[in-house]
Design a protein around this ligand. Structure first.
Ligand code: ADP
Ligand code: MG
Length: 319
């Protein structure tokens, strides 16, 4: 019923940043190579994610905003995915429950527009647009005052959305991104590579090196680390991705800084973007969509590998 679905929506939709994350993931899933994101009022009054992906037919569009549509389950593997992620197939429906939602989409064949208010489809019409999808989310939590009140200040919501965008910039350097806050362009990023994206996200870092082919039989580590001369007073310039997914784990920061060893002065924290690839059996990424913790079956092995790869990469600053 209505109450149950509003509560369920809260699991995947907690703030503008979580909406942006889900919508951009959908654009990436649709094979888009150009994605535009705009927020207003920290995303509280307006969020737009627009892509040039493969779009949807009218039928797909109507299914996309429905909860628990069995037609979303195409195979046994999908059923497995639904249980392992818990919330697969819920994002658009959840966002639709708690906002005014407008989607326009074209699969190159047909173009349609769907309008939804508080979980109810109020209009579907034929339109014209180029191939791709645009999702607009107005007035997040307009129908759940308690949750709306719980949102942070515009400034904090804006920062959280920007961090989500920065993670996509770093993990998907081939995809072109345009990100606007209100009418101001914050990122206009053409298709490029990790190193260019690193410069864009951390322009203050004038010296950094890529980690070259640092791999053993089980773990593969890649990414970028800054020269120890470039640092922050906290660890906000250190991002870790495990099997492509952003994670927060103190062990990883400690391993990174252990790799720097004596090169670091007390209280300084270098910049790093580190990608860790491990076989899925070695890692348990918490299945809750809002929790970013990770559990390694062999944490010591991960720690040692990161420290070693960082130490090897540091030599490049001497040459
Ligand atoms: P999920 O991504 O887990 O399938 P969502 O609720 O996020 O669930 O999306 C539901 C469905 O809507 C997707 O499976 C996809 O078919 C369709 N969809 C959503 N966003 C897009 C998009 N930007 N382009 C094309 N199809 C989309
Ligand atoms: Mg999705």
């Amino acid at each position: 019923d209505e109450v149950v679905s509003k509560i369920a929506a809260g699991e995947v939709v907690v703030n503008p940043a979580s909406v942006v994350k889900e919508l951009v993931e959908n654009s990436i899933d649709a094979d888009a190579n150009s994605i535009e994101v705009q927020i207003k009022d920290g995303g509280k009054s307006y969020i737009k994610v627009s892509d040039n992906g493969f779009g949807m037919s009218k039928e797909d569009l109507l299914l996309a905003v429905q909860r628990y549509t069995t037609s979303k389950i195409a195979s046994i593997e999908d059923i497995y995915n639904i249980t392992s992620y818990g919330f697969r197939g819920e994002a658009l429906a959840s966002i639709g429950e708690v906002s005014r939602l407008v989607i326009t989409t074209s699969n190159g064949n047909e173009s349609n527009k769907l309008e939804m208010v508080g979980g109810k489809v109020i209009k579907v019409s034929e339109i014209y647009r180029e191939r791709g999808t645009t999702v607009e989310v107005f007035d997040l939590f307009f129908n759940i005052p308690a949750r709306r009140k719980f949102l942070s200040s515009e400034k904090i919501e804006r920062r959280m959305v920007t961090e989500v965008i920065e993670r996509f910039l770093l993990t998907k350097p081939k995809i072109k991104f345009l990100f606007k806050i209100d009418e101001e362009v914050v990122y206009n990023a053409p298709s490029s590579n990790l190193s260019e994206r690193f410069k864009l996200v951390f322009p203050e870092v004038k010296s950094f090196e890529e980690i070259d082919s640092c791999t053993d039989e089980i773990i593969k580590i890649s990414g970028i680390i800054s020269s120890p001369q470039f640092f922050r007073k906290n660890r906000s310039g250190q991002l870790f991705f495990v099997n492509g997914r952003f994670v927060l784990d103190n062990l990883l920061h400690l391993a990174l800084e252990r790799g720097y060893g004596e090169a670091l002065t007390e209280g300084t924290h270098p910049y790093a973007v580190i990608f860790i690839e491990v076989p899925p059996r070695e890692v348990d990424v918490n299945i809750h969509p809002q929790k970013l913790q990770v559990k390694f079956s062999e944490p010591r092995m991960i720690y040692d590998a990161i420290a070693r790869c960082v130490r090897d990469t540091l030599r490049k600053f001497e040459g």
